[in-house]
Design a protein around this ligand. Structure first.
Ligand code: PLP
Length: 409
Protein backbone atom coordinates (compact mmCIF):
# COMPACT_ATOMS: atom_id res chain seq x y z
CA UNK A 1 0.00 0.00 0.00
CA UNK A 2 1.44 3.34 -1.01
CA UNK A 3 1.00 6.03 1.60
CA UNK A 4 0.56 9.58 0.35
CA UNK A 5 2.29 12.71 1.47
CA UNK A 6 -0.52 13.85 3.72
CA UNK A 7 0.80 17.40 3.85
CA UNK A 8 -0.78 17.83 0.40
CA UNK A 9 -4.19 17.22 1.98
CA UNK A 10 -3.73 20.30 4.14
CA UNK A 11 -3.60 22.56 1.07
CA UNK A 12 -6.65 24.65 0.48
CA UNK A 13 -8.76 23.23 -2.32
CA UNK A 14 -8.72 26.10 -4.69
CA UNK A 15 -5.74 27.87 -6.06
CA UNK A 16 -6.54 31.58 -6.09
CA UNK A 17 -6.74 31.95 -9.86
CA UNK A 18 -8.93 28.85 -10.22
CA UNK A 19 -11.30 30.42 -7.71
CA UNK A 20 -11.39 33.66 -9.69
CA UNK A 21 -11.95 31.76 -12.95
CA UNK A 22 -14.93 29.97 -11.41
CA UNK A 23 -16.57 33.23 -10.35
CA UNK A 24 -15.83 34.86 -13.72
CA UNK A 25 -17.38 31.86 -15.50
CA UNK A 26 -20.60 32.16 -13.53
CA UNK A 27 -20.68 35.89 -14.36
CA UNK A 28 -20.33 35.05 -18.05
CA UNK A 29 -23.27 32.65 -17.92
CA UNK A 30 -25.57 35.42 -16.65
CA UNK A 31 -23.95 38.27 -18.65
CA UNK A 32 -23.02 36.72 -22.01
CA UNK A 33 -22.96 40.04 -23.89
CA UNK A 34 -20.87 42.19 -21.54
CA UNK A 35 -17.24 42.92 -22.40
CA UNK A 36 -15.05 41.79 -19.53
CA UNK A 37 -11.71 43.49 -18.92
CA UNK A 38 -9.22 41.29 -17.12
CA UNK A 39 -6.79 43.14 -14.89
CA UNK A 40 -6.44 40.12 -12.65
CA UNK A 41 -4.00 37.37 -13.53
CA UNK A 42 -0.42 38.51 -14.00
CA UNK A 43 0.20 37.06 -17.45
CA UNK A 44 1.81 39.20 -20.13
CA UNK A 45 0.08 40.24 -23.36
CA UNK A 46 2.89 41.70 -25.53
CA UNK A 47 4.46 39.35 -28.10
CA UNK A 48 8.04 38.09 -27.90
CA UNK A 49 10.67 40.60 -29.01
CA UNK A 50 11.82 40.16 -32.63
CA UNK A 51 15.44 39.66 -31.49
CA UNK A 52 14.30 36.78 -29.27
CA UNK A 53 12.20 35.20 -32.02
CA UNK A 54 15.03 35.42 -34.53
CA UNK A 55 17.46 33.82 -32.07
CA UNK A 56 14.99 31.01 -31.42
CA UNK A 57 14.50 30.45 -35.17
CA UNK A 58 18.26 30.22 -35.61
CA UNK A 59 18.40 27.77 -32.72
CA UNK A 60 15.79 25.57 -34.39
CA UNK A 61 17.92 25.58 -37.54
CA UNK A 62 20.97 24.64 -35.46
CA UNK A 63 19.11 21.59 -34.22
CA UNK A 64 18.38 20.61 -37.83
CA UNK A 65 22.06 20.16 -38.67
CA UNK A 66 24.40 17.36 -37.62
CA UNK A 67 27.15 19.84 -36.70
CA UNK A 68 25.07 22.13 -34.53
CA UNK A 69 22.61 19.63 -33.11
CA UNK A 70 22.20 19.82 -29.30
CA UNK A 71 20.82 16.96 -27.26
CA UNK A 72 20.80 16.98 -23.47
CA UNK A 73 22.46 20.19 -22.34
CA UNK A 74 24.14 20.94 -19.03
CA UNK A 75 21.49 20.77 -16.27
CA UNK A 76 22.81 24.08 -14.95
CA UNK A 77 22.41 25.90 -18.28
CA UNK A 78 24.61 26.67 -21.29
CA UNK A 79 27.65 28.83 -20.65
CA UNK A 80 26.61 31.28 -23.39
CA UNK A 81 23.56 32.25 -21.30
CA UNK A 82 25.26 32.11 -17.90
CA UNK A 83 28.04 34.37 -19.17
CA UNK A 84 25.48 36.83 -20.58
CA UNK A 85 23.61 36.84 -17.23
CA UNK A 86 26.74 37.61 -15.21
CA UNK A 87 27.98 40.21 -17.69
CA UNK A 88 24.65 42.06 -17.98
CA UNK A 89 22.68 41.51 -14.79
CA UNK A 90 25.46 41.48 -12.18
CA UNK A 91 28.83 42.95 -13.26
CA UNK A 92 27.38 46.43 -13.98
CA UNK A 93 25.93 46.46 -10.44
CA UNK A 94 29.28 45.67 -8.88
CA UNK A 95 28.39 42.03 -8.14
CA UNK A 96 30.91 39.38 -9.16
CA UNK A 97 29.65 35.84 -9.62
CA UNK A 98 31.26 32.61 -10.80
CA UNK A 99 29.45 30.78 -13.60
CA UNK A 100 28.92 27.81 -11.27
CA UNK A 101 26.86 30.02 -8.95
CA UNK A 102 24.16 30.55 -11.62
CA UNK A 103 21.58 27.84 -12.40
CA UNK A 104 19.38 28.34 -15.46
CA UNK A 105 15.90 26.84 -15.10
CA UNK A 106 12.41 26.76 -16.55
CA UNK A 107 11.31 29.68 -14.38
CA UNK A 108 11.12 31.12 -10.91
CA UNK A 109 7.99 29.23 -9.88
CA UNK A 110 9.80 25.89 -10.11
CA UNK A 111 12.89 27.20 -8.36
CA UNK A 112 11.14 29.03 -5.51
CA UNK A 113 8.94 25.95 -5.07
CA UNK A 114 11.75 23.38 -5.29
CA UNK A 115 14.45 25.11 -3.27
CA UNK A 116 12.98 23.63 -0.07
CA UNK A 117 14.20 20.19 -1.25
CA UNK A 118 17.67 21.02 0.03
CA UNK A 119 16.52 22.20 3.47
CA UNK A 120 15.24 20.16 6.44
CA UNK A 121 11.53 19.80 7.00
CA UNK A 122 11.67 21.37 10.45
CA UNK A 123 13.15 24.75 9.55
CA UNK A 124 10.91 27.63 10.56
CA UNK A 125 9.82 29.93 7.79
CA UNK A 126 8.90 33.59 7.60
CA UNK A 127 7.08 35.40 4.81
CA UNK A 128 6.11 38.98 4.25
CA UNK A 129 2.34 39.14 4.08
CA UNK A 130 0.68 39.41 1.53
CA UNK A 131 2.91 37.48 -0.85
CA UNK A 132 3.18 35.24 -3.93
CA UNK A 133 1.35 32.06 -2.75
CA UNK A 134 3.95 29.54 -4.01
CA UNK A 135 6.28 30.17 -1.04
CA UNK A 136 3.65 29.09 1.46
CA UNK A 137 2.09 26.26 -0.54
CA UNK A 138 5.42 24.61 -1.34
CA UNK A 139 6.28 24.69 2.36
CA UNK A 140 2.87 23.22 3.22
CA UNK A 141 3.74 20.31 0.91
CA UNK A 142 7.05 19.87 2.75
CA UNK A 143 5.35 19.84 6.16
CA UNK A 144 6.91 23.06 7.44
CA UNK A 145 3.80 25.12 8.07
CA UNK A 146 1.80 23.38 10.82
CA UNK A 147 -1.97 23.67 10.70
CA UNK A 148 -4.27 26.24 9.14
CA UNK A 149 -6.24 28.29 11.59
CA UNK A 150 -8.25 31.39 10.64
CA UNK A 151 -6.38 31.79 7.33
CA UNK A 152 -2.94 31.51 8.97
CA UNK A 153 -0.54 28.57 9.22
CA UNK A 154 0.48 27.94 12.81
CA UNK A 155 4.21 27.48 12.12
CA UNK A 156 4.65 30.34 9.65
CA UNK A 157 5.83 33.72 10.84
CA UNK A 158 3.79 36.31 8.95
CA UNK A 159 5.39 39.72 8.59
CA UNK A 160 2.58 42.14 7.73
CA UNK A 161 3.01 44.71 4.99
CA UNK A 162 0.08 47.10 5.12
CA UNK A 163 -0.85 50.74 4.77
CA UNK A 164 -0.07 51.18 8.49
CA UNK A 165 3.64 50.38 8.11
CA UNK A 166 3.93 51.84 4.60
CA UNK A 167 4.42 48.28 3.26
CA UNK A 168 7.89 48.17 4.86
CA UNK A 169 8.16 44.89 6.79
CA UNK A 170 9.44 44.92 10.37
CA UNK A 171 11.92 42.29 11.51
CA UNK A 172 10.08 39.10 12.54
CA UNK A 173 8.83 38.79 16.10
CA UNK A 174 9.79 35.10 16.28
CA UNK A 175 12.95 33.33 15.14
CA UNK A 176 12.93 32.10 11.56
CA UNK A 177 15.46 29.94 9.71
CA UNK A 178 14.28 30.75 6.20
CA UNK A 179 12.81 34.03 5.09
CA UNK A 180 11.11 34.81 1.78
CA UNK A 181 11.44 38.33 0.42
CA UNK A 182 9.97 39.35 -2.94
CA UNK A 183 11.00 42.76 -4.29
CA UNK A 184 9.60 44.47 -6.28
CA UNK A 185 6.70 42.83 -4.54
CA UNK A 186 3.93 40.75 -5.96
CA UNK A 187 1.18 41.68 -5.08
CA UNK A 188 1.71 45.11 -3.49
CA UNK A 189 3.98 46.53 -6.21
CA UNK A 190 6.15 48.11 -3.50
CA UNK A 191 9.95 48.02 -3.27
CA UNK A 192 12.68 48.18 -0.63
CA UNK A 193 15.40 50.84 -0.63
CA UNK A 194 19.05 49.84 -0.18
CA UNK A 195 18.89 50.85 3.49
CA UNK A 196 15.79 48.73 4.11
CA UNK A 197 17.25 45.73 2.34
CA UNK A 198 20.48 46.17 4.30
CA UNK A 199 18.46 45.84 7.52
CA UNK A 200 17.34 42.38 6.34
CA UNK A 201 20.77 41.24 5.21
CA UNK A 202 22.27 42.31 8.53
CA UNK A 203 19.49 40.54 10.42
CA UNK A 204 20.14 37.37 8.41
CA UNK A 205 23.90 37.60 8.99
CA UNK A 206 23.43 38.06 12.72
CA UNK A 207 20.86 35.25 13.10
CA UNK A 208 21.98 32.60 10.58
CA UNK A 209 18.87 33.08 8.47
CA UNK A 210 18.69 32.19 4.78
CA UNK A 211 16.88 34.74 2.63
CA UNK A 212 15.06 33.52 -0.47
CA UNK A 213 15.07 36.71 -2.53
CA UNK A 214 12.62 36.65 -5.43
CA UNK A 215 13.57 39.37 -7.89
CA UNK A 216 11.24 38.25 -10.70
CA UNK A 217 10.16 41.87 -11.28
CA UNK A 218 13.52 43.66 -11.02
CA UNK A 219 13.39 44.77 -14.67
CA UNK A 220 10.43 47.04 -13.85
CA UNK A 221 12.36 49.18 -11.36
CA UNK A 222 12.50 52.77 -12.60
CA UNK A 223 14.04 54.55 -9.59
CA UNK A 224 17.85 54.29 -9.91
CA UNK A 225 18.28 54.09 -6.13
CA UNK A 226 16.27 50.87 -5.70
CA UNK A 227 18.48 47.74 -5.66
CA UNK A 228 17.84 45.16 -8.42
CA UNK A 229 19.76 42.39 -6.71
CA UNK A 230 20.14 41.54 -3.03
CA UNK A 231 23.85 41.02 -3.73
CA UNK A 232 24.19 44.79 -4.11
CA UNK A 233 24.12 44.72 -0.30
CA UNK A 234 27.43 43.84 1.37
CA UNK A 235 27.43 40.39 2.97
CA UNK A 236 24.31 39.17 1.09
CA UNK A 237 26.20 36.39 -0.66
CA UNK A 238 26.62 34.76 2.75
CA UNK A 239 22.87 34.67 3.41
CA UNK A 240 20.80 34.88 0.22
CA UNK A 241 19.62 32.86 -2.75
CA UNK A 242 18.25 35.01 -5.59
CA UNK A 243 15.58 34.03 -8.12
CA UNK A 244 15.13 35.72 -11.49
CA UNK A 245 12.73 35.16 -14.36
CA UNK A 246 12.42 36.12 -18.02
CA UNK A 247 8.64 35.67 -17.79
CA UNK A 248 7.62 39.25 -17.17
CA UNK A 249 10.90 40.84 -18.21
CA UNK A 250 10.81 39.46 -21.73
CA UNK A 251 7.39 37.87 -22.23
CA UNK A 252 8.61 34.33 -21.50
CA UNK A 253 5.57 33.17 -19.48
CA UNK A 254 4.87 30.59 -22.20
CA UNK A 255 8.48 30.02 -23.25
CA UNK A 256 9.70 29.25 -19.69
CA UNK A 257 13.12 30.40 -18.55
CA UNK A 258 14.59 31.88 -15.40
CA UNK A 259 17.62 31.39 -13.21
CA UNK A 260 18.67 31.07 -9.60
CA UNK A 261 21.87 32.27 -7.98
CA UNK A 262 23.26 30.18 -5.14
CA UNK A 263 26.53 31.78 -4.01
CA UNK A 264 29.37 29.58 -2.86
CA UNK A 265 29.71 31.67 0.30
CA UNK A 266 26.28 30.50 1.45
CA UNK A 267 26.25 27.70 4.02
CA UNK A 268 23.58 25.56 5.60
CA UNK A 269 24.22 23.36 8.62
CA UNK A 270 23.77 19.73 9.58
CA UNK A 271 22.14 18.92 12.94
CA UNK A 272 25.59 18.39 14.44
CA UNK A 273 26.68 21.82 13.27
CA UNK A 274 28.75 20.98 10.18
CA UNK A 275 28.67 23.60 7.41
CA UNK A 276 27.40 22.50 4.01
CA UNK A 277 27.60 24.47 0.77
CA UNK A 278 24.04 25.07 -0.45
CA UNK A 279 25.48 25.55 -3.92
CA UNK A 280 26.62 21.89 -3.96
CA UNK A 281 23.25 20.66 -2.71
CA UNK A 282 21.29 22.67 -5.29
CA UNK A 283 23.66 21.47 -8.01
CA UNK A 284 23.06 17.88 -6.93
CA UNK A 285 19.29 18.43 -6.72
CA UNK A 286 19.11 19.97 -10.18
CA UNK A 287 21.39 17.34 -11.75
CA UNK A 288 19.10 14.63 -10.42
CA UNK A 289 15.63 16.08 -10.91
CA UNK A 290 16.01 18.58 -13.77
CA UNK A 291 17.31 17.94 -17.26
CA UNK A 292 18.01 21.47 -18.38
CA UNK A 293 16.11 24.23 -20.16
CA UNK A 294 15.86 23.70 -23.90
CA UNK A 295 18.64 24.98 -26.16
CA UNK A 296 16.08 26.98 -28.19
CA UNK A 297 14.78 28.69 -25.06
CA UNK A 298 18.24 29.53 -23.77
CA UNK A 299 19.24 31.02 -27.13
CA UNK A 300 16.08 33.14 -26.91
CA UNK A 301 17.00 34.27 -23.38
CA UNK A 302 20.54 35.09 -24.51
CA UNK A 303 19.07 37.41 -27.17
CA UNK A 304 17.39 39.46 -24.42
CA UNK A 305 20.90 40.79 -23.72
CA UNK A 306 21.76 41.70 -27.33
CA UNK A 307 21.64 45.45 -28.16
CA UNK A 308 18.39 45.02 -30.16
CA UNK A 309 16.97 42.64 -27.56
CA UNK A 310 17.61 45.11 -24.76
CA UNK A 311 15.93 47.91 -26.72
CA UNK A 312 12.88 45.81 -27.65
CA UNK A 313 12.42 44.38 -24.17
CA UNK A 314 12.63 47.89 -22.71
CA UNK A 315 9.85 48.99 -25.08
CA UNK A 316 7.54 46.31 -23.68
CA UNK A 317 8.45 47.17 -20.09
CA UNK A 318 7.78 50.85 -20.83
CA UNK A 319 4.42 49.89 -22.31
CA UNK A 320 3.41 47.98 -19.16
CA UNK A 321 4.72 50.71 -16.88
CA UNK A 322 2.66 53.17 -18.97
CA UNK A 323 -0.40 51.08 -18.10
CA UNK A 324 0.63 51.14 -14.45
CA UNK A 325 0.88 54.94 -14.48
CA UNK A 326 -2.54 55.29 -16.18
CA UNK A 327 -4.13 53.07 -13.53
CA UNK A 328 -2.36 54.67 -10.60
CA UNK A 329 -3.37 58.18 -11.66
CA UNK A 330 -6.96 57.25 -12.52
CA UNK A 331 -7.52 55.40 -9.23
CA UNK A 332 -5.99 58.24 -7.24
CA UNK A 333 -8.32 60.67 -9.05
CA UNK A 334 -11.19 58.46 -7.89
CA UNK A 335 -10.02 59.04 -4.32
CA UNK A 336 -8.82 55.47 -3.72
CA UNK A 337 -5.70 54.67 -1.69
CA UNK A 338 -3.31 53.25 -4.27
CA UNK A 339 0.16 51.71 -3.86
CA UNK A 340 2.80 50.26 -6.16
CA UNK A 341 2.85 50.78 -9.91
CA UNK A 342 5.96 53.03 -9.90
CA UNK A 343 8.67 50.37 -9.84
CA UNK A 344 6.53 47.28 -10.39
CA UNK A 345 3.78 46.19 -12.78
CA UNK A 346 1.20 45.83 -10.00
CA UNK A 347 -1.23 48.28 -8.46
CA UNK A 348 -2.44 47.54 -4.95
CA UNK A 349 -5.51 49.40 -3.82
CA UNK A 350 -7.57 49.60 -0.69
CA UNK A 351 -11.19 48.59 -1.19
CA UNK A 352 -13.48 51.57 -0.59
CA UNK A 353 -15.92 51.76 2.33
CA UNK A 354 -14.18 48.99 4.25
CA UNK A 355 -15.31 46.30 1.78
CA UNK A 356 -13.63 42.91 2.01
CA UNK A 357 -11.38 41.83 -0.87
CA UNK A 358 -13.91 39.35 -2.29
CA UNK A 359 -16.86 41.75 -1.87
CA UNK A 360 -14.95 44.45 -3.78
CA UNK A 361 -13.95 41.85 -6.41
CA UNK A 362 -17.63 40.86 -6.89
CA UNK A 363 -18.83 44.47 -7.06
CA UNK A 364 -16.19 45.34 -9.66
CA UNK A 365 -17.08 42.25 -11.67
CA UNK A 366 -20.85 42.73 -11.63
CA UNK A 367 -20.99 46.54 -11.78
CA UNK A 368 -18.04 47.45 -14.02
CA UNK A 369 -17.20 44.10 -15.71
CA UNK A 370 -13.59 44.39 -14.57
CA UNK A 371 -11.67 41.47 -13.09
CA UNK A 372 -9.12 42.21 -10.36
CA UNK A 373 -7.38 39.88 -7.92
CA UNK A 374 -8.66 39.85 -4.32
CA UNK A 375 -5.81 40.81 -2.00
CA UNK A 376 -6.73 38.26 0.65
CA UNK A 377 -5.77 35.53 -1.82
CA UNK A 378 -2.15 36.55 -1.20
CA UNK A 379 -2.32 36.23 2.58
CA UNK A 380 -4.24 37.48 5.61
CA UNK A 381 -2.78 41.00 5.48
CA UNK A 382 -4.12 41.33 1.93
CA UNK A 383 -7.71 41.40 3.25
CA UNK A 384 -9.43 44.62 2.23
CA UNK A 385 -7.16 45.15 -0.78
CA UNK A 386 -7.32 44.30 -4.48
CA UNK A 387 -4.56 43.94 -7.08
CA UNK A 388 -4.62 45.19 -10.66
CA UNK A 389 -1.98 44.03 -13.10
CA UNK A 390 -0.37 46.34 -15.66
CA UNK A 391 0.17 43.52 -18.14
CA UNK A 392 -3.05 44.19 -20.04
CA UNK A 393 -3.68 45.82 -23.38
CA UNK A 394 -3.43 49.65 -23.38
CA UNK A 395 -6.93 50.24 -24.75
CA UNK A 396 -8.44 47.81 -22.26
CA UNK A 397 -6.59 49.55 -19.43
CA UNK A 398 -7.89 52.94 -20.58
CA UNK A 399 -11.44 51.63 -20.93
CA UNK A 400 -11.31 49.97 -17.52
CA UNK A 401 -10.21 53.23 -15.91
CA UNK A 402 -12.96 55.18 -17.71
CA UNK A 403 -15.53 52.68 -16.38
CA UNK A 404 -14.13 52.97 -12.86
CA UNK A 405 -14.15 56.76 -12.91
CA UNK A 406 -17.80 56.70 -13.95
CA UNK A 407 -18.65 54.05 -11.37
CA UNK A 408 -16.91 55.76 -8.48
CA UNK A 409 -18.45 59.06 -9.42
N1 PLP B 1 7.84 34.95 -8.53
C1 PLP B 1 6.86 35.85 -8.46
C2 PLP B 1 6.88 36.84 -7.37
C3 PLP B 1 5.83 35.84 -9.39
O1 PLP B 1 4.85 36.74 -9.30
C4 PLP B 1 5.83 34.87 -10.42
C5 PLP B 1 4.77 34.80 -11.42
O2 PLP B 1 3.74 35.39 -11.37
C6 PLP B 1 6.86 33.95 -10.43
C7 PLP B 1 7.85 34.01 -9.48
C8 PLP B 1 6.88 32.86 -11.46
O3 PLP B 1 7.71 33.15 -12.47
P1 PLP B 1 8.00 32.12 -13.63
O4 PLP B 1 7.04 32.43 -14.74
O5 PLP B 1 9.42 32.41 -13.98
O6 PLP B 1 7.82 30.75 -13.12
Amino acid sequence: MALVNEHFLKLQNNYLFADIAKRVNSFKVTHPKEKLIRLGIGDVTRPLAPAVREAMHRAVDDLGTVERFHGYGPEQGYSFLIDAIIKNDYTPRGVSLEPSEVFVSDGAKSDTGNIGDILRHDNSIGVTDPVYPVYIDSNVMAGRTGTLDGGKWSDVVYIPCTEENGFIPDLPVRRVDILYLCYPNNPTGTTLSKEELKKWVNYALANDVIIMFDAAYEAFIQNPDIPHSIYEIKGAKKVAIEFRSYSKTAGFTGVRCGYTVVPKELNGFTLDGRRVLLNSLWNRRQSTKFNGTSYITQRGAEAVYSPEGKKQVKESIDYYMGNARIMREALQECGLSVYGGSDAPYIWMKAPKGLSSWKFFEKLLYETYIVGTPGVGFGPSGEGYLRFSAFGDRNDTLEAMARLKKWLG
